[in-house]
Design a protein around this ligand. Structure first.
Ligand SMILES: [Zn+2]
Ligand SMILES: [Zn+2]
Length: 349
C-alpha cells in the first residue's frame, strides 16, 4: 500500500478536512494517476450527507477525475507515463458477465466497484475518490484524453457528460431532431452542449430568467421560463427527446405532454430516495410516448464522449476552487448556486 493525501469527511454531518489514506500499489493491470482536477458532482453531496443511505466513512468523494499517468503496470502498456487520462464513476467490475462484455459495466451482474464508497476487491478496504493527490485504477476503467487543453473543463464530462450523452445517443439526437432539456444545472448544461453538437435544435425549460439567458449564450435554440405546469403545457412546442435533469419532485406529466408522438422523456436527475412522481397513464398512451431513465454510461461510451468533446471542443462551464473551499462549495450546491460545475484544482492540496 502507498500513502496518499486527500480531503474527506470522517462522519455524517462532518466538515471536510485533510486526511491520509492508503491506495494499493499498482498491480499488473493497473495504472497510477496523479490527479490534476476533480469535478464536484451533485451525487458527491448526497453521499457525503448520506441522503441515499449506505454511505461509509471516512468518505473521500470525487468521480470526475482528470490526471496524468505516473506508473504503468506490466499489462497496462496501452498507457504511457505522462498520458492525460480520466476516471469516472467506476474503477472495477467483474469483466466477464454479459453487461460487462457489452460495455455496460455500471450494470455488472456481479459487482460494480464505484470510484468511492465501495469495497476494493483487491485490498478489501474502501475505495476513495478524486479529492486526493493520486489514485490507482485498473486499466479497463481509465479513459484516454487526447488533449492537454482546458483539462479542468473536461473533468465533469466523466460523469455529467456521459450521463447525458448516453441517452441522447440512444434515442437518436441529431439533425432534424428537437431536443428539450429540463433544468439547467451541471447535467442540463452538458445535455444542451452535447445535443447541439450532435446537430439537434435544443430548447431549455427553466424557472429562472437568468438561466434562460445563460442557455441562449450556451447555444440553446429556444428557452421556456415557466412558473407552473400550465406554462409548460401552453408552450406548444413538441420534442422528440426530453432530457429531464430536475433532481426533485416536479410535474412530469406537463413535460411529457410536450413530446411528439413516439417521443421519449429520459429521467437523469436522481432525487432523494423518498421522492415519488405521479404519472397520468393517458399522457403516455395517447401518443405512444415513452418515459425512461438512464444511469451514467459504460466505459466505451465514456471514452466516446471524451473523444467527441475533444473533437468538438466542448467543455463544462466551471468554477475552479481549492480544497479549502469545499464546505462553502457544498453549501452553494445545496442552494443551486453554481454556474455550472465546481472543479477542484488538486494542486491546492
Ligand atoms: Zn456524478
Ligand atoms: Zn460484470
Amino acid at each position: 500500500m502507498i500513502s496518499a493525501n486527500a480531503y474527506g469527511v470522517e462522519s455524517q454531518g462532518g466538515s471536510f478536512k485533510p486526511l491520509k489514506i492508503e491506495r494499493r500499489d499498482i498491480l499488473d493491470d493497473d495504472i497510477m494517476i496523479e490527479i490534476l482536477y476533480c469535478g464536484i458532482c451533485h451525487s458527491d453531496v448526497h453521499q457525503v450527507r448520506n441522503d441515499w443511505g449506505g454511505s461509509r466513512y471516512p468518505i473521500v468523494p470525487g468521480h470526475e477525475i482528470v490526471g496524468k499517468v505516473t506508473k504503468v503496470g506490466k499489462n497496462a502498456d496501452k498507457f504511457k507515463i505522462g498520458d492525460y487520462v480520466g476516471v469516472g464513476c467506476m474503477v472495477d467490475s467483474c469483466g466477464t458477465c454479459q453487461a460487462c462484455k457489452d460495455g455496460f459495466e455500471q450494470q455488472c451482474e456481479n459487482e460494480t466497484v464505484w470510484t468511492y464508497n465501495s469495497v476494493d476487491p483487491h485490498t478489501k478496504g474502501l475505495t476513495f475518490g478524486g479529492y486526493s493527490d493520486r489514485i490507482t485504477v485498473n486499466k479497463r476503467f481509465v479513459i484516454k484524453i487526447n488533449t492537454h487543453e482546458n483539462l479542468a473543463g473536461m473533468a465533469p464530462i466523466l460523469c455529467a457528460g456521459v450521463t447525458t450523452y448516453s441517452p441522447l445517443k440512444k434515442f437518436g439526437a441529431g439533425p432534424g431532431k428537437q431536443v428539450a432539456v429540463a433544468g439547467l444545472g451541471g447535467l442540463g448544461h452538458m445535455a444542451l452542449k452535447l445535443a447541439k453538437a450532435m446537430g439537434s435544435e435544443v430548447t431549455v425549460f427553466t424557472t429562472s430568467e437568468k438561466k434562460a439567458e445563460d442557455a441562449k449564450k450556451l447555444g440553446a435554440h429556444g428557452t421556456i421560463v415557466y412558473k407552473n405546469k400550465d406554462d409548460i403545457r401552453k408552450s406548444g412546442l413538441s420534442f422528440n427527446i426530453i432530457i429531464d435533469t430536475i433532481p426533485a419532485d416536479h410535474d412530469i406529466n406537463a413535460l411529457i405532454s410536450t413530446l411528439k408522438p413516439n417521443g421519449t422523456m429520459v429521467l437523469v436527475g436522481l432525487p432523494e430516495r423518498s421522492t415519488r412522481y405521479s404519472l397520468s397513464p393517458s399522457i403516455l398512451m395517447d401518443s405512444n410516448r415513452s418515459l425512461t431513465g438512464s444511469n451514467i454510461g459504460g466505459i466505451p461510451e465514456t471514452q466516446e464522449v471524451i473523444d467527441f468533446c475533444v473533437k468538438h471542443n466542448i467543455r463544462s462551464e466551471i468554477e475552479l476552487i481549492k480544497f479549502q473551499d469545499l464546505d462553502e462549495a457544498y453549501g452553494r450546491i445545496m442552494k443551486n448556486d453554481v454556474r455550472y460545475r465546481f472543479v477542484i484544482d488538486n494542486s491546492s492540496l
